[in-house]
Design a protein around this ligand. Structure first.
Ligand code: 5GP
Length: 182
């Protein structure tokens, strides 16, 4: 499907399955190269990163512990400017650990920069970030993505875990808002 309707809006295909698979293999190899033997604690940012994390972490060979948090800053197709963290980890779970955050998309950077500051309070040994998508033109807060699959234009996307008000996450590929809504 090259064009889909999600929750009343039209989206067109931007990134297909094969490209996603290829990038995930590349990122997994880089993570193994950098993190092998460091007993990483992987923090999957729900709900958007669920499919990306599931596919990525099955390609990673490094033994790692996997957990999740919920970050929410978006409503509809825009950022609310405020981040809420659900299910934050305890200091004892973070202190001295090599963390790998797995996130769906870095947009303004607000969510990840807030989350990284919060984690830093608990003195981890290191923090790395793996992100599926980045919109560099939307950035307002500094975020260092160590492992990034794709840069995209500053337009709203759905699919492969990303939603439009809860819908569209199950799409196998990544779709971008169609400027033609007819
Ligand atoms: P930031 O805090 O970097 O502005 O935004 C990060 C969060 O906003 C992402 O984790 C994601 O939940 C949501 N987000 C940002 N851009 C998009 C987008 O284009 N599509 C969807 N579905 N969510 C987005």
């Amino acid at each position: 499907m090259d064009r889909v309707k999600v929750n009343g809006k039209f989206f067109k295909k931007q990134i297909d399955r094969e490209a996603i698979k290829k990038e995930i293999k590349r990122l997994a190899a880089e993570i193994d190269r950098d993190m092998a033997g460091s007993n990483p604690l992987v923090i999957c940012v729900m709900t958007g990163a669920m499919f990306f994390a599931a596919d990525l972490l099955r390609e990673v060979s490094t033994e790692c512990e996997i957990t999740s948090v919920r970050l929410k800053s978006y409503e509809g197709t825009g950022s609310t400017g405020h981040v809420s963290i659900g299910g934050m980890l305890k200091r004892s779970e973070i202190e001295g650990r090599n963390l790998l955050i797995v996130e769906d998309i870095v947009d303004t950077g607000l969510s990840l920069s807030s989350f990284v500051s919060e984690l830093e309070e608990s003195a981890p040994a290191s923090i790395r970030i793996a992100a599926l998508l980045s919109k560099p033109d939307a950035r307002k807060y500094r975020v260092k993505t160590d492992y990034l699959a794709f840069e995209i234009p500053n337009l709203f996307v759905v699919g492969y875990g990303l939603d439009y008000d809860g819908y569209g996450r199950g799409l196998k590929e990544i779709y971008i808002l169609d400027d033609n809504q007819l």
